[in-house]
Design a protein around this ligand. Structure first.
Ligand code: NOJ
Ligand code: CA
Length: 691
């Protein structure tokens, strides 16, 4: 049997036992392809193809979906500080393809059972004059493409200092795109919606719409011991971008020990916007779970002593308005225990907050403030069945935190605390380091590993972006890296369209601790107190949604640690809070029922531990009527539904707190639910079996 380069290599669904045969066949392929230096690999089932080729010794790739070019001829390779460049004078030493299919189970997540099915092309390149080697791996899935570099071990050198990764992404037109600036220290931005040509530098995921039929998102997977990638506009071609790695203070991008494997560069491709959300490619490109006992890893909802500080009612530091007092904490424990909220976060519990944002944050992670009796709080929380969540705000002072880290996690373990929120809000130390550079990527990972040794789950704020490492480290639960709720407290806030862009951008990368659930959207209930505490300008700050939309966000935004973020007194006697009590945080499966980026989206998720489904639908500032087909329900079963919707004349601006709760008695597979979303509004639905 002979393969000609350019023919489809592997037929769909090739059984695994044919694997060895495929490898034998591919040796032949390698021999005959060598003359052309052109290799192709297709997806198992979709019409998706990657071409790799050398032109005058320089490596390039293209990506084609359904005969449409998604990525036109784009360069690959590296430039180094201490080695000759690896971007030219190459020849192909060997190329092989293989096929891979496996099913695996997520310990928690949006989807329990995941299929990992792809065809892989491995190309080994050699520059004989310089005696350099570079390997490339391309994996083509039905829902996208991932590729990575490998610099193999070399006899003459053990390290490589990367000054430029030459990966290009040359798009084919000025497509509409959704992106945030390429800030090396923060992802807390509103999204821009512009043609691609308006991007100078962007953090990933960057999502764009190609023509009428394709939705594409560029990101990375398995970011380990490497710098975060941004996209930077190239000088040419017109819609070209290159990988722009966040540097060390000395300008080096990555200080690598050989052999080195880069993260995967990912290109998710779908025919609908929702297809991007349903893709598991980023998780599939990560290594399987490598933690032993993860019985302490448990998704949960939580409330917190948190919003009070952001709206100026309370302080983190001790004093007359200190939020983290024993008494206040007990009030929150009581609330959580009676409302099916498993966790409680308390910020400002430890000594040192006086120095936060002073330029020299010095906190103590093993000494509570005097008015916070941790022993008593732990006793009370245990009695009431509530799990405490610790808090480590580093302010970006890494040497200070690293010195205390071991003791800080031992302290959590000694107190039977299995979750911690970390924070890096402040100027980075050592000076010149960036939140998204290699130094910090390694720091964040070290924290995840240390946390596991102490049986602690992580919720990281001011983090490195998610790249699917939760598959390998399932205690890496959630993170910020998003412009979350807090912005509504102290800035002009997040407009209604923000929630309709995030699911198609930031949330494609992984869970986000957005912290939804503010019911007092106008910040009215504590108005008189706040009036004395904050400026007139701050008093005008508010949340830019209806209350019903806040509920819908519990389904639309996935986070395995999901916060109900309002002051608990604002939930008391509020019928809508019942939805938050009931909504799960761990799902069997996820379906996107509809969506247009920046306009609206509806997501349905099935609870992993019952037969219930939950649906969340959100809109931008436009009101909307949507028909939701319930094809996801089990045939032959009867269901009831509780619908939490915007009330009559509800409007995020003028009438945000108006909502209504409807019930539907007989819902079956194929039934349709009509929903009306107010401007800036939403709908949250609980569907449960009738019997
Ligand atoms: C910024 C975080 O995003 C926020 O949640 C936290 O309350 C403050 N830093 C203080 O740690
Ligand atoms: Ca933040």
């Amino acid at each position: 049997m002979k393969f000609t380069p350019g023919k489809r290599l592997l037929s769909s669904g090739r059984p695994m036992r044919l694997f060895t045969i495929a490898v034998v066949i591919l040796t032949t392929f390698t021999m005959c392809a060598r003359q052309t230096n052109h290799y192709k690999i297709t997806a198992p089932e979709a019409q998706l193809r990657v071409d790799f080729f050398l032109q005058e010794g320089k490596p390039y790739y293209t990506v084609v979906k359904d005969q449409q070019m998604v990525i036109d001829t784009s360069s690959l390779g590296y430039r180094f500080n201490d080695l000759p460049a690896m971007d030219k004078n190459f020849e192909v030493l060997e190329a092989n393809t293989s096929s891979h299919e496996e099913n695996w189970t997520q310990p928690w997540g949006e989807e329990k059972h995941i299929t990992n099915h792809y065809n892989e092309l491995k190309v080994q390149l050699k520059n004989p004059a310089e005696d350099l080697r570079l390997n490339l791996y391309f994996r083509v899935f039905n829902d996208g493409v991932g590729f990575r570099y490998e610099i193999p071990r070399h006899e003459a050198f053990q390290k490589a200092e990367i000054i430029e990764e030459k990966t290009a992404f040359n798009f084919t037109g000025d497509h509409p795109s959704w992106w945030i600036p390429g800030d090396p220290d923060s992802y807390e931005y509103l999204y821009n919606e512009t043609p691609l040509s308006k991007i100078d530098s962007a953090n990933t995921p960057v999502t764009f719409k190609r023509g009428q039929e394709l939705y594409v998102s560029i990101h990375e997977a398995a970011l380990t011991d490497y710098a975060g990638m941004r996209l930077r506009k190239s000088r040419a071609p017109r819609y070209g971008f290159t990988s722009d790695l966040v540097p060390w203070p000395d300008g080096i991008k990555v200080k690598a020990e050989l052999p080195m494997r880069s993260p995967w560069r990912t290109i998710q491709i779908a025919e609908t916007p929702g297809g991007l959300i349903e893709s598991n490619m980023i998780l599939n490109l990560n290594e399987p779970n490598k933690l032993d006992d993860i019985s302490y890893v448990k998704p949960m909802k939580y409330v917190g002593i948190w919003w009070g500080m952001h709206i100026g009612l309370n302080t983190w530091k001790a004093g007359p308005r200190h939020g983290a007092t024993t008494e206040n904490t007990k009030k929150y424990i009581d609330f959580a225990s009676t409302h099916n909220i498993q966790g409680l976060l308390v910020e400002g519990w430890n000594k040192g907050w006086e120095s936060w944002l002073s330029g020299n944050n010095e906190q103590n992670y093993t000494e509570p403030y005097n008015d916070y009796d941790l022993e008593e709080i732990m006793r009370y929380a245990e009695e009431k069945g509530v799990k405490m969540i610790g808090h480590h705000e580093t302010g970006g002072n890494i040497p200070m935190y690293e010195e205390q880290m071991e003791a800080a996690f031992q302290y959590l373990e000694d107190h039977n605390i299995h979750a911690v929120k970390t924070g890096y809000a402040g100027e980075m130390k050592p000076e010149g380091m960036h939140h998204h550079g290699q130094f910090m990527v390694n720091h964040y990972r070290q924290v995840v590993e240390l946390a596991h040794r102490h049986q602690v789950m992580i919720d990281a704020h001011e983090p490195i972006k998610p790249t699917g490492i939760r598959r390998t480290y399932p205690n890496m639960m959630t993170r910020e890296g998003i412009r979350g709720m807090e912005y509504n407290a102290w800035s002009k806030g997040n407009p209604p369209s923000h929630h309709t862009i995030l699911p198609f951008t930031r949330l494609l990368a992984g869970p986000a601790d957005y912290t939804p659930g503010i019911f007092d959207v106008l910040l009215e209930q504590q108005h008189n107190k706040r009036k004395k505490l904050v400026s007139k300008k701050e008093l005008k700050n508010r949340v830019h949604t209806t209350v019903a939309k806040q509920l819908a966000l519990f389904v639309v935004f996935y986070s395995p640690l999901q916060m109900a973020s309002d002051l608990v007194e604002n939930y008391e006697d509020h019928p809508a809070f019942r939805f938050i009590e009931q909504v799960p945080v761990d799902w069997e499966t996820t379906r996107v029922l509809n969506g247009e980026i920046g306009k609206y989206v509806t997501i349905a998720r099935k609870d992993r531990h019952s037969e219930e489904w939950y649906v969340g639908s959100v809109t931008n500032k436009k009101e909307r009527s949507l028909t939701l087909p319930c094809n996801f329900l089990e045939a032959g079963e009867h269901y009831k539904a509780e619908i939490y919707r915007d009330g009559k004349n509800a409007h995020w601006k003028s009438k945000p707190t108006s909502y209504a709760i409807d019930t539907v008695d007989d819902l079956r597979k194929g039934s349709e639910i009509e929903v009306q979303l107010a401007p800036g509004g939403g709908t949250a639905i609980r569907i449960y079996p009738s019997d």
